[in-house]
Design a protein around this ligand. Structure first.
Ligand code: PMP
Length: 456
């Protein structure tokens, strides 16, 4: 019944079954320990996403170091998932691990600054170009707080997102276009509100639609990633970011750039590399090397408007902040990450190997004449089981081939490479080696060959 990514459903199912068997056979201990779920947890896992991996059961990790994960059965995997970006700079980067050890005996949270905080403020200004910053614990929270400021200073209640976006579990971004109409994102649990009342949604790269959606001057903020990375990767058309900036300025709408995934581009993210000029900036996940932390920053103008707003309103709880945010463990890890890990040298290494991975996968796809393509933003590479480039969230969604991708993912694990679930993301860290990249290319080439050969 049908094909996906140019491969028949029967072939995909056969590969999936074969590879699932091989996965189990290599993990007798793991299967005994968690093959039927972990006792005491809802759904058998501590966080429900863990059941979304395509493997028959989750990998039971013994330890992860650099770009290698080892499971309790002794299987070593080259890790290209890297905690879906949280460990983009490798597992336990040595400077971060040292900083954590140093801080471990000095208190972990006290709702007061430590000396590391004195260093971080100026570092954020220098790296990301905005003058005023706050620290939160997740990218989700940073986005929520930045949107709150945007609404406060503009006095407008609507925000605008691009179809296919993901900014964490921020309620009002959970909107999709369905047959061209805005709807609550399918699958949301317990959502009784019509989120489309306060959120406009248009396709990425659609400048006329964006202009129309901003025309009433009632949108407080456009929130977007520089590149849509959540579904399959969608790159901006040339000129799209210039138009986005010009149109938001014209409409008095603030622009929030969420760099949580695109920090793969370089030490200052896509924003620094391509000269974007956001009013608000968010970065979570890897900013403290894997310790939960995020940052959000604002321009001089937003800050002064926010100060004026605060003076004009009733004093009271702002609705921003969480108790464990901006704690000394975050400061120590973040400082080490900013100073010693997110360096130009490390990024040069990441970029070089990501280029090698991109080229190797592209050769395999061409060689086996598959209708697939590869997209890349710096150290982040993705293969997409459909022709490209993709131009918007609708195209990205229909480019997904979940069964095929799941079969390929498990087959990659069986050949020693772990890539991110949900999409086909592969991250290259400072700890990743050329040999690991070449092994991944070989594994992918082998799997692509098996799938393609069976079609001929
Ligand atoms: N922004 C973007 C662009 C993301 O991809 C994600 C998570 N994948 C988030 C924000 C949210 O991060 P967190 O789940 O750590 O809050």
């Amino acid at each position: 019944a049908g094909t996906a990514g140019g491969i028949s459903a029967a072939r995909i199912a056969a590969l999936r079954e074969r590879e699932a068997e091989r996965f189990r056979a290599a993990r007798p201990k793991s299967q005994a320990r968690l093959g039927n779920g972990i006792a005491g947890f809802l759904g058998g896992v501590p966080m429900h996403w863990m059941t979304d991996w395509p493997t028959p059961f989750p990998i039971l990790v013994e330890q992860a170091r650099g770009a290698v994960i080892t499971d309790i059965d002794g299987n070593r995997l080259d890790d290209f998932c890297l905690g879906d970006t949280g460990s983009m700079f490798g597992h336990s980067p040595p400077p971060v691990a040292r900083a954590i050890r140093r801080q471990a005996g000095r208190g972990l949270t006290y709702m007061l600054p430590s000396e590391d905080a004195l260093a971080i403020g100026p570092l954020l200004q220098e790296k990301f170009g905005l003058p005023f910053w706050q620290i939160a614990t997740t990218a989700t929270d940073a986005n929520r707080f930045a949107l709150r400021v945007a609404r406060a200073v503009t006095g407008r209640d609507k925000i605008l997102v691009f179809n296919g976006c993901y900014h964490g579990s921020v309620d009002e971004t959970m909107v999709r276009l369905k047959d061209g109409r805005p709807v609550n994102r399918p699958g949301l649990a317990g959502e009784s509100r019509d989120l489309t009342k306060r959120t406009r949604i248009v396709e990425f790269n659609d400048i006329p639609a964006l202009e129309a959606a901003l025309a009433d001057h009632d949108v407080a903020c456009v929130i977007t990633e520089p590149v849509l990375t959540n579904s399959c990767m969608v790159l901006p058309d040339p000129g799209f970011h210039d138009a986005l900036r010009a149109l938001t300025r014209k409409a008095g709408t603030l622009l929030l750039i969420d760099e949580t995934h695109t920090i793969s581009t370089g030490p200052g993210g896509y924003t620094a590399k391509y000269g974007l000029e956001p009013d608000l900036f968010v970065l979570g996940k890897p900013i403290a090397g894997g310790v939960p932390a995020s940052i959000w920053g604002m321009s001089e103008e937003v800050a002064s408007r926010y100060n004026a707003y605060n003076q004009s309103k009733e004093p009271g709880y702002s609705g921003m902040g969480t108790t464990l945010s901006a704690n000394p463990l975050q400061f120590s890890a973040m400082r080490a990450c900013l100073e010693e890990v997110m360096t130009a040298d490390n990024y040069a290494h990441m970029e070089k190997l990501a280029e090698r991975l991109d080229a190797g996968l592209t050769v395999a796809i061409r060689h086996h004449r598959l209708p697939w393509h590869v997209a890349r933003v710096g150290a982040r590479v993705e293969f997409i089981c459909a022709p490209g480039p993709l131009r918007n969230g609708t195209e990205a969604e229909s480019a997904h081939a979940p069964e095929l991708e799941a079969a390929v993912h498990v087959a990659l694990v069986n050949r020693g490479a772990l890539i991110a679930p949900f999409h086909n993301m592969m991250l290259v860290s400072p700890a990743t080696t050329a040999r690991q990249v070449d092994r991944l290319i070989s594994a992918f080439t082998d799997i692509a060959g098996q799938l393609a050969a069976q079609e001929r």
